[in-house]
Write a protein that binds this ligand. Structure first.
Ligand SMILES: NC(=O)c1ccc[n+]([C@@H]2O[C@H](COP(=O)([O-])OP(=O)(O)OC[C@H]3O[C@@H](n4cnc5c(N)ncnc54)[C@H](OP(=O)(O)O)[C@@H]3O)[C@@H](O)[C@H]2O)c1
Length: 324
């Protein structure tokens, strides 16, 4: 048996309920985990609200850390007693125990706590592919990053600085501005009170930036195109303020022969080699202290409703973790 957060209909945070569920028998390649910390990510709110459709009833959550309690036939990647984590699902991480396929699991390095691991895998591997693969940054560049004090945001600020990149970050409050600055963001814009397009133009001497990393979506999409240099790249990777409406490709030509991509982590970690390479890069920058994992808030597993209210209400900073 396990305790798990489940939902039977889409809607607000209150659709999430804590239930007692049966665990399946371990098949080939299966691993039973006792989970000690569970990551809460913005995508969980899209799945709960119905923006991203799921078959219902359903569990929720794609990221957690814990200890291997038992292994099924043929498991070779992990062993009983080992500390492991994952950040790419499958769905159902909001639970105290669960069965996972071994090929999704990664050993947690000794220098990283379970809570840090649960707060960094999905967000940190996302930052890695965004800045190393989707648009590989180079030292000396200046880039624009939206929601710079969020979970993805604080990891990105630090990793970009480590790579010699100057970050212009947007945030929704003065407290978040101070936090982003403390994590290496050089220029912080409060987009609740300032026109971020004008400010980016000012900061870059009218040049604009070669890339915008945007997890905010609808509210900033069009303005972000106006922050780009000729042939710059718009990386729209999330919809915290709502999904980006369809656009005509001609708009990209009018605004400077821009590139537009809408990436997702699953397509950068689809096979085991890619997953391990991505995770190892993340473990390396966290291990050498270049990137610190800022757990802004933790909640009991039973308080997942409150965690979702705070995340969607813009009241969180850094990563959010549930403790089963
Ligand atoms: N495509 C991928 O592979 C991938 C992977 C991971 C995450 N993501 C996306 O990356 C984004 C960040 O994820 P996260 O988990 O780290 O969340 P987060 O950044 O910690 O939280 C979202 C932030 O978005 C900002 N925001 C702006 N307008 C908002 C609005 N109307 N409602 C709510 N928030 C608003 C808020 O910061 P301010 O108050 O400072 O504006 C809020 O704190 C999300 O869009 C997520 O879906 C995408």
């Amino acid at each position: 048996m396990a305790k798990a957060i489940r939902f039977r209909e889409v809607g607000g945070p209150e659709v999430l309920t804590l239930e007692t569920v049966d665990l399946p028998d371990l098949g080939p390649g299966d691993v039973l985990l006792r989970q000690t910390a569970v990551g809460v990510n913005y995508i969980d709110t899209y799945q709960r609200s119905g923006l991203y459709a799921l078959p219902l009833p359903s569990g929720l959550g794609l990221e957690a850390a814990g200890v291997v309690e038992a292994v099924g036939p043929g498991v070779s990647l992990v062993a009983v007693g080992q500390r492991v984590c994952y950040g790419t699902g499958p769905l159902g991480a909001y639970a105290d125990r669960r069965v996972m396929p071994e090929n999704t699991l990664l050993a947690i390095p000794d220098t990283i706590t379970d809570t840090q691991a649960a707060g960094m895998m999905l967000r940190g591997m996302t930052v890695r592919y965004l800045i190393r693969q989707t648009f590989p940054v180079q030292s000396g560049m200046t880039v624009l990053l939206h929601a710079a004090a969020g979970g993805v945001g604080l990891i990105a600020c630090q990793w970009l600085k480590h790579l010699g990149v100057t970050t212009i970050g947007t945030v929704g409050s003065d407290e978040k501005a101070a936090l982003a600055r403390a994590h290496g963001c050089s220029h912080v814009i409060n987009y609740s009170t300032e026109n971020f397009v004008e400010r980016v133009r000012e900061i870059t001497g009218g040049q604009g930036v070669p890339v915008v990393y945007d997890g905010v979506g609808a509210a900033v999409f069009e303005g972000s195109l106006d922050c780009l240099q000729r042939r710059g790249m718009m990386v729209t990777f999330g919809n915290a303020s709502g999904p980006v409406p369809p656009i005509a490709p001609a708009l990209l030509s009018q605004k400077g022969s821009l590139f537009l991509t809408r990436p997702t982590l699953a397509h950068y970690t689809a096979d085991r080699r890619e997953l391990v390479d991505t995770a190892n890069d993340l473990f390396a920058v966290v291990g050498n202290g270049a990137v610190k994992i800022d757990i802004g808030q933790t909640y009991a597993l039973a308080d997942a409703v409150k965690a979702h209210q705070d995340l969607a209400g813009r009241r969180t900073t850094g990563s959010t973790v549930l403790i089963p």
